[in-house]
Design a protein around this ligand. Sequence first.
Ligand code: DAH
Length: 329
Amino acid sequence: MMEQLESVRKQFLTDLESFPETPQEIDELRSKYLGRKGQVSALFALLGKATPEERPTLGKDLNILKQDLTNQFEEKVASVSASQQSAEDDAIDLTLPGKTPRIGSVHILEQTLSEIKDIFKSIGYHVAYGPEVDDDYHNFSALNIPEHHPARDMQDTFFVDPTTVLRTHTSNVQIHLMENEDPPIRYIVPGRVYRNEAIGYKSYCLFHQVEGIYINEKVSFAELKGCLEYFVRQMFGLNKKMRFRPSYFPFTEPSAEVDLWDDERHQWMEILGCGMVDPAVLDTVGYDSKKWHGYAFGMGVERIAMLKYKINDIRLFYNGDVRFLEQFS
Ligand code: DAH
């Protein structure tokens, strides 16, 4: 009897070792040993044949066996189902679409700047850069805007200290270029400028300009007009409505502004100031104003981009909203 008991235990352990994986096989194993007609029940049936002396120990041993087998069986079931679960968790679903990384793009302002640079480079302009933090002299005085002159109020200025400013325009670089190089010169100067003005749909505290300066022995206003018209035609096409309007700047004489027709708002939008470089500016940098003449212009890059790409608010360039930026990738 005891031998039968041990052989059932042994057999059970072997079966448990080569343990089945499907729920069906697990159930089969359960009923083979622990079921109503299983091997353990069969042993209990034999109890009736044992002698009254044997019976109590044998009964106790059988109960222990049953409990043992049940425990081991349940442990195995639990560990098998846990490992199946983790295999499922690790599984890679090859049918899922891949994650597409978000692709960045060149900012629309930078794209516009590139277009502007390319147009001017194609007609002989070099590209130069200059300081964004500059002294009062280069931003104002040397451009014929003396201290206490009302012309200073044309641009609301951020002061770093009483004689240092965040440049209010790229015109400061006209002075740096002429100080460093003898005429003739022909440059465009792209860059950031800063103004402490009321913020609105077409004005922001920070924006970009492209300055232009051309100095030579014979330069006419007609050439200035031709150059800027060429630029507008290249940038906007032949049908863009543009106009020159007389204006005033301390550093040019005569001065003008160029407006483009805003198709969205049905009104003119100013995009640049220009004029013939004032002889006083040439004298200040040491160019002989009897011999040398020139023209200059300064254009607002944001406004050009707004007109070209139908962007209705300058602040969109600066708030970093990818939904806006993605439209231009
Ligand atoms: N600096 C002027 C501004 O920011 C624009 C300008 C006007 C630039 C006439 C020029 C110029 O070079 O000749 O309002």
